[in-house]
Design a binder for this molecule. Sequence first.
Ligand SMILES: C[S@@+](CC[C@H](N)C(=O)[O-])C[C@H]1O[C@@H](n2cnc3c(N)ncnc32)[C@H](O)[C@@H]1O
Length: 214
Amino acid sequence: MVRDGAGWWTEQVVPRLVDASLSAAPVGRLRARACAGLHGRVLEIGFGSGLNLPHLPAAVTALDAVEPADLAWERSAGRRAAAPLEVARTGLDGERLAAPDGSYDAVLCTFTLCTVPDPARALAEARRVLRPGGALHLLEHGLAPGRRVRGWQRRLEPLQGRAFGGCHLTRDVLALVRAAGLVPDLVHQAYVATGPARPWSYVTVVRAARDAVA
Ligand SMILES: C[S@@+](CC[C@H](N)C(=O)[O-])C[C@H]1O[C@@H](n2cnc3c(N)ncnc32)[C@H](O)[C@@H]1O
């Protein structure tokens, strides 16, 4: 198939950029935090190149992956081969999951909510496939608390979207989680970099239950 420049960039360059920029050790520590407590059957939305695999607890018994980018999936091959469990690629779009209601103990989503076109829809789908008592484990960058940083985030967002396959800088992660009816119980928010990197570096790690505890 003949691709235009934007399509070629998104398919061939973005997965390599993501792999390189999100495999640093400090990001790994955030991944470990997001993966803590995962167990049973887990669905990962936006599996990418499998950078969360080394952080999965042994209590995870099955991992299904939703990932639209073929190159990202191919680049995950080595990590999948080294993982103690088999990973099945069960879908291409987190906004339309094939899984039945209530079929997972947990949903994992890292640095993907920034990119899906409709994050509210993706979170509604995540909640739908969680079993009662299940939880979403989310790691994301997003809207910063400071007025000046927010200004830079708004200015940089169009460029960011073009360079990183539709990535947004101004999504309010916790507000989206709550609006989806999910109930945050563990929340960590912080800048993980200073200076000019601040627009990219306000991160949220949140575990959110499918239901409020009665
Ligand atoms: C910034 S990358 C993060 C990859 C991986 N989650 C990680 O933490 O390294 C965003 C990922 O979201 C995927 N993605 C984009 N749109 C998606 C959608 N509608 N459903 C599921 N994944 C999507 C991209 O292909 C890409 O792998």
